[in-house]
Design a protein around this ligand. Structure first.
Ligand code: ATP
Length: 238
């Protein structure tokens, strides 16, 4: 594996007395796509929110070599760590383009922002067609594309993606994953949380299986796809 973009040790998250994440270790290499798979309630979303500093957590989170475990969330965006949340989180009453502009709110150089907008529209031409449309009137798939586009406007080095396939028709899921693949090819490191384990493992180099707040398996994605325990529990038992 290449030098880690992210190295997490003994991460723990609790909601009151409920331990959602119970001390997990994992890494994402520079330019690597890694997935976190597991059943509902395993603690995947809590893990991503803890990394984005949206939830209190204990343990160490090294991002590009620096400890960010006490960093405020807005400071992380400027450092290239961006979460695309479950449910997309687009601003329904703003237009597509206004949503994309929000992704670059922390940046000052207007010329660079215009270049990035052009690049996002090249990757996601559908958004360009709909740039004046209110985001709340887009389809679920288009909203997911918008959420990805907005994240790209922040010039991410590490993207945390929470369930990008959720609620989408199969054709749209495929399109969303093609975009995720293109983003990875541009060199962005990706930590992907997905219910669709097969798809997640197909686009990832490595994967971690999470069960009841713990990581129970960690391996190369191709090996996990062939692992009988993963096949039984997460790939429909084939
Ligand atoms: P899903 O795919 O359903 O989102 P997940 O693997 O992402 O599942 P989490 O959402 O991280 O799992 O939830 C982990 C555990 O923490 C679950 O038992 C859940 O009920 C609990 N939990 C999550 N959010 C809260 C909250 N705000 N308050 C209390 N408990 C919570």
């Amino acid at each position: 594996m290449k030098a880690p973009m992210l190295a997490v040790k003994d991460l723990r998250v609790a909601y009151g007395g409920i331990q959602a994440v119970k001390g997990i270790d994992f890494e994402v290499g520079t330019g690597e796509t890694v997935c976190l798979i597991g059943a509902n309630g395993a603690g995947k979303t809590s893990t991503l929110k803890a990394l984005a500093r949206m939830l209190p957590a204990s343990g160490s989170i090294l991002y590009r070599g620096g400890d960010i475990s006490h960093c405020p969330p807005h400071a992380l965006i400027g450092q290239g760590l961006t979460l695309v949340p479950e449910g997309r989180g687009v601003f329904a009453r703003l237009s597509v383009e206004e949503n994309l502009d929000m992704g670059a709110y922390h940046r000052a150089a207007a010329a660079d922002i215009a270049d990035d907008l052009a690049r996002v529209y090249q990757l996601l031409p559908r958004l360009k067609e709909r740039r004046t449309q209110l985001a709340g009137t887009l389809s679920g798939g288009e909203q997911q594309m918008l959420a990805l586009g907005r994240a790209l406007m922040a010039r991410p080095q590490l993207l945390l993606l929470d369930e990008p396939s959720m609620g989408l028709a199969p054709l749209m899921v495929r399109k969303v994953f093609e975009v995720v693949h293109s983003i990875a090819e541009q060199g962005v490191s990706i930590l992907l949380v997905e219910q669709n384990a097969r798809l997640a493992l197909t686009v990832s180099a490595r994967g971690y299986v999470m069960e009841s707040g713990l990581i129970t398996l960690a391996d190369r994605a191709d090996r996990l796809l062939g692992d009988s325990r993963v096949r039984q529990a997460y790939l429909g038992g084939e």
